[in-house]
Every structure is written in C-alpha cells, then in structure tokens.
Design a protein around this ligand. Structure first.
Ligand code: BTN
Length: 245
C-alpha cells in the first residue's frame, strides 16, 4: 500500500480525487495526500476542518474481494490501524469511539470516512478517507470546535512529523488488512475491543426508531454495536453516531 502516492497542495477533497483516479485506472494502495482541503468531507454529510499544512488529509484506494455488507468491518479495521500507528508515533492516551472516531481525553483527534462503490453485492472499490489533526494549535480551530476537537500536538505538547505518521499508518494498515483478508474479522474485532473507549460505558444514540440509551456491550461479527437498554433489551446499532454519557 502507498506505492503510488499523489501529493497535492489545495484540493476540494482527497476523496473526490481518489474516486477520479480509480475511474482512470488507479489500483489498490494508491494514496492521495493534500496539504489543505477546501471541502473536506466528514461522516453523515458533515464538513471536515482541514487547514493547510497542519494535518494529514489522505485517501487510500482499496479493492478487497468482499461483499458490500463487510464495509463496517473495514471501517473498524481502519480505526484500529490508525490508533495503533498514533500510539507508536506519539505519547498520547488514545482510544476508539464507535465506530471509528479517535479520542484523546474525550476530544476528537481523527476521523475516518469510507466511501465505496459496489456491484451485485460485491465491493468494486473502497476509498478510505483519513483525517488526522496533527499539528493544529488551539487557535487553528474555529471557536465551536474547541471543546470537542483536539490535535496530537496539543495533547502531546510537541509537533509531530507527518511523514512518520503516514508511514506508520500504512504499515499497520497493511498488516491488519492482510490478517483480515486471511482470517476474517474476528482478530480485528478483538483488537478494536481492546482499544475501545465505548464498551461497557453508558451511551445515547439517535436512530430512526428514536433515541436509545443504554450500555454499549460488545461488537458483533458485522461490526454493529450491541447496546443493552435499562430494561435489559439488547439493540443493535449499525450506523450513525453515539454520545458517551
Ligand atoms: C469524520 O469523522 O466525520 C470523518 C472525517 C474524514 C476526513 C478525511 S480528511 C481526508 C479525506 N477527505 C475528505 O474529504 N474526508 C476524509
């Protein structure tokens, strides 16, 4: 992975560029990196704050031969790879909030957005979009993000070389991806569970069936989160956001 790297100055979104590269024949492992994004995309239609030179804004092309409904597993795998890479490169106490937000002291430091294209239940390709707030300072955040977002530099007290972290991520990802393609999701699920800051904690989530409150209990084989409500009922959460209470 990362044998073919495309580096840009300012782009709208590295995701858009990666989709276009796939359309013109880019293969698995192609990596798109940008210094800045003017229209960085987050999950659920949100924007992603991507100022110039301060973060890692990248998209990785993957072509796993798995069914479309395995996407959530790839999402969780990406979070594990990124969490392990960050742990190796800097001294911070970092954990994963379901499904794939990385948090330090409850604040978000990185986000992952997987976009896919499929055909007949098979994935054609996946673009794993990864945003890491590496060297942003408090003043680089708009006021409204300051209580919920942070950066590796703010939390570790020192600037971090972005190249080192990109390399560490690719190594971790490559290792876990090979394990996943060989052995399936169970080893990844164990690693995810060990890094989670969600499990066994009270959470709240908004679903099409209304608000659910309960204790986040475990991950199932598909990557869904099992929540145990106050009355003992077990509910599976497949997508969306959870709030830690
Ligand atoms: C989220 O937590 O909502 C996901 C954020 C994903 C941001 C990254 S930055 C690189 C790639 N390009 C984008 O436009 N988004 C992803």
């Amino acid at each position: 992975l990362g044998q073919k790297v495309h580096v840009y100055g300012e782009v709208d979104s590295t995701q858009t560029i990666a989709h276009a590269l796939v359309a013109s024949g880019a293969s698995e492992g192609t990596l798109v990196l940008a210094e800045a994004q003017t229209a960085g995309r987050g999950r659920m239609g949100r924007a992603w704050h991507s100022p110039a030179g301060k973060g890692i804004w990248m998209s990785l092309v993957l072509t796993p031969k798995v069914p479309v409904y395995f996407m959530p597993q790839l999402t969780l795998l990406s979070a594990v790879a990124l969490c392990r890479a960050i742990q190796k490169v800097c001294r911070v106490d970092i954990g994963i909030k379901w499904p794939n937000d990385l948090l330090i002291k409850g604040k978000k430091v990185s986000g992952i957005l997987l976009e896919s294209s499929g055909e007949d239940e098979r994935l054609k390709y996946v673009i794993a979009g990864i945003g890491i707030s590496v060297n942003l300072k408090v003043e680089d955040y708009p006021e409204e993000l300051r209580s919920v977002a942070t950066s590796l530099a703010i939390e570790s007290g020192t600037d971090i070389k972005r190249e080192t972290l990109v390399q560490a991520f690719l190594l971790e990802f490559e290792e876990l991806y090979a394990l996943y393609l060989q052995e399936g999701f169970s080893p990844i699920r164990l690693l995810w569970e060990a890094l989670s800051v969600t499990l066994k904690r009270p959470i709240r989530t908004h679903t099409p069936m209304g608000v659910i409150e309960g204790i986040a209990d475990s991950l199932d084989d598909t990557g869904a989160l099992t929540v145990i409500k106050g009355d003992g009922e077990r509910i599976k959460v497949y997508s969306g956001d959870i709030e830690l209470r």
